[in-house]
Write a protein that binds this ligand. Structure first.
Ligand SMILES: NC(=O)C1=CN([C@@H]2O[C@H](COP(=O)(O)OP(=O)(O)OC[C@H]3O[C@@H](n4cnc5c(N)ncnc54)[C@H](OP(=O)(O)O)[C@@H]3O)[C@@H](O)[C@H]2O)C=CC1
Ligand SMILES: Nc1nc(=O)c2c([nH]1)NC[C@@H]1CN(c3ccc(C(=O)N[C@@H](CCC(=O)O)C(=O)O)cc3)C=[N+]21
Length: 286
């Protein structure tokens, strides 16, 4: 069984991003800039945002974190998003989710200019993905595809993929990307009947649910590739995936760990999207 090391793979990809950023700056151009908007003081969100700041630093990109009080209004938050849209130095805008309860998420995300939507969550980018056209892809799904590519799974013709979870952030876009690569995709969710039986037909099994260790060996076909997107914080403070790693590892042909799996790839794809947005911005000479 092979462990797909997301930390190692993301470090490798970050290295190429770093080189490109360096070349950009050596030619006297401005640096790509990611702007992260954090509302409130949710500890998990704060830690993710620090992770994004460090990632930008590690590749020499500029980073701006806008920390806002949890009590600001929806209108005030939208004003901040608009300022970032209008700022020509800003290539990428990310509104850290979840927002505090009194905000409506979709109307806020809808305000992000699609060309700066490095999370790939704006309806325009979601629509481009659905249509199989070029746009900014959501980071976690894109990171999973990179992990599959790294073990030689690029064309998925003839393979069955089962994605457990159908969120707009992960399950739904990932299902589309897998299908684009010619996998035969099943999207499973909380209303799915006989989940274990369906999962056990998968050559590629993806867990994006948010239930610690729910995927045990009975869900897994011998030799399957198992990708664990879940990030669950346990009472002891440790992170745990949706897959019961110890139980599944000897049955799978390849498996991603948590931590050190999909999480670091997500952050890496965010940098890649910011660089992509930068290139688009520069070539259109705004
Ligand atoms: N590694 C990373 O970078 C990232 C990790 N995550 C993690 O991935 C996980 C999923 O995130 P996200 O998609 O945002 O979560 P959501 O809560 O938005 O979606 C969860 C999905 O799982 C389904 N589900 C819930 N319970 C079951 C069940 N018992 N059996 C089958 N399906 C079930 C839900 O079904 P239904 O639609 O019917 O409700 C839903 O589609 C979380 O642990 C999250 O922390 C998220 C983003 C990035
Ligand atoms: N607008 C928005 N976009 C997101 O992409 C987004 C979000 N909001 N809100 C929360 C989720 C979650 N998410 C993670 C990113 C990195 C790790 C990550 O790097 N995890 C490390 C461990 C980090 C640690 O130790 O805490 C790992 O798995 O090895 C995890 C989870 C992005 N999300």
């Amino acid at each position: 069984m092979k462990i797909i090391d997301g930390k190692e793979l993301s470090a490798k990809i970050r290295q190429t991003i770093k080189q490109e950023v360096q070349e950009i700056k050596e030619h006297g151009n401005r640096s790509p800039l990611l702007s992260v908007i954090l509302v409130g003081d949710n500890p998990a969100s704060q830690s993710y945002v620090r992770g994004k700041e460090n990632a930008c630093l590690s590749v020499g990109m500029e980073n701006r974190t806008i920390r806002l009080d949890a009590n600001i209004s929806q209108a005030e938050l939208i004003q901040v998003v608009r300022q970032q849209n209008e700022d020509p130095d800003v290539d990428g805008i990310l509104v850290q989710l979840p927002l505090p309860d009194h905000f409506e998420t979709n109307p806020v995300l809808d305000q992000i200019s699609p060309d700066k939507d490095v999370d790939g969550l704006h309806p325009v980018n979601a629509g481009l993905l659905l249509a199989g056209r070029d746009g900014l892809l959501p980071c976690t799904p894109n990171g999973v595809m990179e992990m599959l590519k790294s073990i030689g799974l690029e064309d998925l013709s003839g393979l069955n993929a089962v994605v457990v979870g159908r969120s707009n952030l992960v399950g739904k876009p990932l299902s589309l990307l897998l299908q684009q690569k010619n996998a035969t995709v099943t999207m499973a969710h909380s209303r799915t009947k006989d989940l274990a039986q369906i999962c056990s037909k998968a050559d590629i099994l993806i867990a994006a649910v948010g239930r610690p260790k729910m995927i045990t060996s009975e869900y897994v076909k011998a030799g399957a590739v198992v990708i664990d997107v879940g990030i669950n914080r346990m009472e002891n403070g440790k992170l745990c995936g949706d897959v019961d790693f110890e139980d599944v590892k000897d049955k799978a042909s390849a498996i991603t760990p948590v931590p050190g799996g999909v999480g670091p790839m997500t952050v890496c794809m965010l940098l890649m999207n910011t660089l992509k947005a930068y290139k688009e911005h520069e070539s259109y000479g705004r």
